[in-house]
Design a protein around this ligand. Structure first.
Ligand code: CU1
Length: 530
């Protein structure tokens, strides 16, 4: 295939250097770019978290002014959600899905290229707002009006960046659906798809359904600010609370967009290191679909305190609590998969097991917040911050780390350094709990979120939390070192990679072939021979 518009006669010529990446239509290269981008943004968003934890290390204002602090909380969230967890998930999808379904590449390779290359421009726009008159957005990542309408020059840049991120996500989602629906190898029926593929199909539908809603919300805000409309302005007959309804109709499914691929990764890893098939494959698929479906009917649990009618409060409470049922099915199945398994604890397994335990903590605190009368106590406190960091850091990020450790030997042909991997895991798992567990106490004691200063009664646990944050943050540099070392060399990865596994994780259908775990499925990786 010729990429360059030259009179090159070499039809098998492959682009090298920068053009290989800039014009790439190769799902592996694009996957790599997504993952590297996510890793870079992980440190950008992480640096913002370090600013937040430094300021909160003790009471009083030490390092930053309050407006900049609020920009840090806002930008930290936007970067971590849209710049880290989502692109990393898409990166893993790009690498794995074509090979897992037996396709030579993604269905729409040029669109795949565009999906990725929109991201660096979107984040350049978003991060450039840090240097604009009036400062970066500071109204929280949820962008509620009227506060967010006070943003200075940055507002239209924020909105345009959100539009671009939505376009990128929707194109990526269309690509994944097109690939899985149309390009499966013969015999790869839907109920044989690896769980990672299943969770990504469901995630892709959530993306297509909700990203336009977010785009609509921020577009209404744009016209309110610059074109004289009053969608959210009470003075003109609008309603600021309507923004919250529209935003969270996107926002709650969005949290499942962030976590469902993580469920998929963990569902690949646990069977491998327990040397047993995944327990309850079909119920895993249906539970993931049920979680996604229910996620459209729970949005107002983020706004119990706005003054809804009692019927609304009750509806959203019961709907929210019902999601615990399919989630419980999944956690039960993960434990049953490990039960009496011949388990070993290499780094991917450590992260996956930690995921099951720590994500469950985040799930339970979520259930607590879903109880309407109790939520009036928790709303806008650090308890909420603790909850969603358990879900998104020890949940989503841990699963993404597990996925990288699990698959990087296949990607690079080298084993990563297992000793360093274990160091990275133990540093992460200990200090992430030092970082986030005390935030439950702070929240229950009444410390509000998004505030740069606090009453002295909160000083001790904030100091503990900040120490945990610094050590957790810096120990992620070890991950970068491990990845670079693995790319550059190391022990050669065998075909099976993981001892006792069958080397089928690459293309393993779940459930495995009839009553056995040893018969190879009739699926080939068309790219393996190129
Ligand atoms: Cu929610």
């Amino acid at each position: 295939m010729s990429y360059a518009t030259t009179h090159d006669d070499h039809h098998d010529h492959k682009p090298t250097g920068i053009t290989r990446w800039l014009f790439s239509t190769n799902h592996k290269d694009i996957g790599t770019m997504y993952l590297i981008f996510a890793l870079i943004m992980f440190f950008v968003g992480g640096a913002m978290a370090m600013v937040i934890r430094a300021e909160l290390f003790q009471p009083g204002l030490q390092f930053v002014d309050p407006l900049f602090f609020n920009s840090m909380t806002t930008m930290h969230a936007l970067v971590m959600i849209f710049g880290v967890v989502m692109p990393a998930g898409v990166g893993l999808a790009n690498w794995q899905i074509p090979m897992m379904v037996g396709a030579p590449d993604m269905a729409l390779p040029r669109m795949n290229n565009m999906s990725f290359w929109i991201l660096p421009f979107a984040f350049t726009l978003l991060l450039s707002t840090l240097f604009m008159k009036g400062g970066a957005p500071a109204g929280g990542w949820t962008m509620y009006p009227p506060l967010t309408l006070q943003t200075g020059d940055a507002l239209p840049f924020l909105i345009f960046a959100v539009h671009l991120l939505g376009i990128s996500s929707i194109m990526g989602a269309i690509n994944i659906i097109a690939t899985v629906f149309n390009m499966r190898a013969p015999g790869m029926t839907f109920m044989r798809l690896p769980l990672f593929v299943w969770t990504w199909i469901i995630t892709a539908f959530l993306l297509i359904a909700t990203m336009p809603v977010l785009a609509g919300a921020v577009t209404m805000m744009l016209t309110d600010k610059f074109f004289g409309t009053s969608f959210f302005g009470a003075a003109g007959g609008g309603d600021p609370v309507m923004f919250q309804h529209v935003f969270w109709f996107f926002g709650h499914p969005e949290v499942y967009i962030l976590i469902l691929p993580a469920f998929g990764i963990v569902s690949q890893i646990l069977p491998t290191f327990a040397r047993k098939p995944l327990f309850g494959y079909e119920s895993m698929v249906y539970a993931a679909a049920a979680i996604a479906f229910l996620s459209f009917f729970v949005w107002a649990h983020h706004m119990f305190t706005v003054g809804m009618p009692l019927a609304g409060e009750l509806f959203f409470m019961y709907a929210t609590m019902s999601i615990a049922v399919p989630t419980g099915v999944k956690i039960f199945n993960w434990m049953a998969t490990m039960w009496k398994g011949s388990m070993t604890f290499e780094t991917p397994m450590l992260f996956a097991v930690a995921f099951v335990m720590l994500f469950s903590i985040g799930g339970f605190t979520g259930l607590m917040m879903g109880i309407t009368p109790a939520d009036f106590q928790y709303h806008d406190t650090y308890f909420i911050v603790a909850h969603f960091h358990y879900v998104l850091v020890t949940g989503a990020v841990f699963a993404l780390m597990a996925g990288v450790y699990f698959w990087i030997p296949k990607w690079t042909g080298h084993m990563y350094d297992e000793t360093l991997g274990k160091c990275h895991f133990w540093l992460s798992v200990i200090f992430v709990n030092v970082l986030f567990f005390p935030q439950h106490f702070l929240g229950l004691a009444g410390m509000p979120r998004r505030i740069p200063d606090y009453n002295v009664q909160f000083a001790d646990w904030n100091m503990v939390s900040s120490v945990g944050g610094f050590v957790y943050g810096f120990s992620q540099l070890l991950f970068v070192y491990i990845v670079i070392k693995c790319i550059r060399g190391g022990a050669k990865a065998t075909d099976q990679v993981w001892e006792g596994a069958h080397g089928l994780e690459w293309t393993l259908p779940s459930p495995p072939p009839f009553h056995t775990f040893t018969i190879p499925p009739q699926v080939t990786d068309a790219t393996a021979h190129s």
